[in-house]
Design a protein. Structure first.
Length: 222
């Protein structure tokens, strides 16, 4: 029952499906990173379900965001979700990140992609920076030489909220309280990318698998 949420009367089931899981993950990622007002956060896979939530939460945490996306449609989605800057992952984006941050790099990254861009994602951090690993949408789990962390005093954190809830009961309630407070203030705008009927669930999964999906993809039971 700890995973059950009562939706406010003003919220549809589609909106609820687009909020509680992804916003909780995004909120927890920024919280675990210790994101502080005035910092800059690089968000990979920024046009996806969790990525758009990180962008939308940026103002509440007082951070600016650099969204990394792979297509024109995803650029539009990231801008609509509130990204401060949007860069294309298929271009030479690392020098652009450094230029946007005065040559120093970002304080935080939230990575949903992994894959072959992960090393450059780590390189985007300034000295003393922190990275949060949420998933591996890029299809492969990267490896990293630990001297990169040592030489630049970096901190990398992986997050899986259900594991933390098991070891530290109350984690989920704390995260949901943070999200709900922002919802009650009207400060969140979920990016619903597509809603599929149940008989097209395979199409929804295919869109996620080939990474053409933008925003939160929802399958309606009825």
């Amino acid at each position: 029952m700890r995973a059950v949420v009562r939706l406010p009367d003003s919220m549809s089931f589609v909106e609820g499906a687009g909020i509680y899981m992804n916003y909780a993950t995004a909120w927890y990622a920024l919280d675990r990173a210790g994101a502080r007002p005035g910092e800059t956060v690089l968000v990979t896979g920024a046009a996806g379900g969790v990525g758009t939530c990180v962008l939308d939460l940026g103002p509440a945490f007082g951070v600016s965001t650099i969204a990394l996306v792979s297509s024109r449609d995803k650029e539009v989605m990231a801008r609509n979700a509130g990204a401060t800057h949007v860069l294309r992952s298929d271009g030479d984006w690392l020098p652009q990140v450094r230029e946007l941050t005065g040559g120093r790099g970002v304080e935080v990254f939230v990575d949903m992609v992994g894959g072959d861009r992960f090393l450059d994602t780590v390189r985007s951090l300034r000295i003393g920076g922190r990275g949060v690993i949420v998933g591996f949408a890029g299809g492969s789990i990267p490896e990293l030489r630990m001297n990169r962390l040592l030489l630049r005093n970096l901190t990398l954190t992986g997050i899986t909220m259900d594991v933390m809830e098991t070891e530290h009961p109350g984690t989920l309630e704390r995260v949901r309280h943070g999200v709900q407070a922002l919802l009650d203030e009207g400060r969140l705008s979920p990016a619903i990318g597509a809603v599929y009927p149940m008989d097209r669930a395979a199409d929804a999964l295919a869109a996620l698998d080939d990474r053409t999906a933008v925003g939160k993809v929802i399958v309606r039971v009825r």
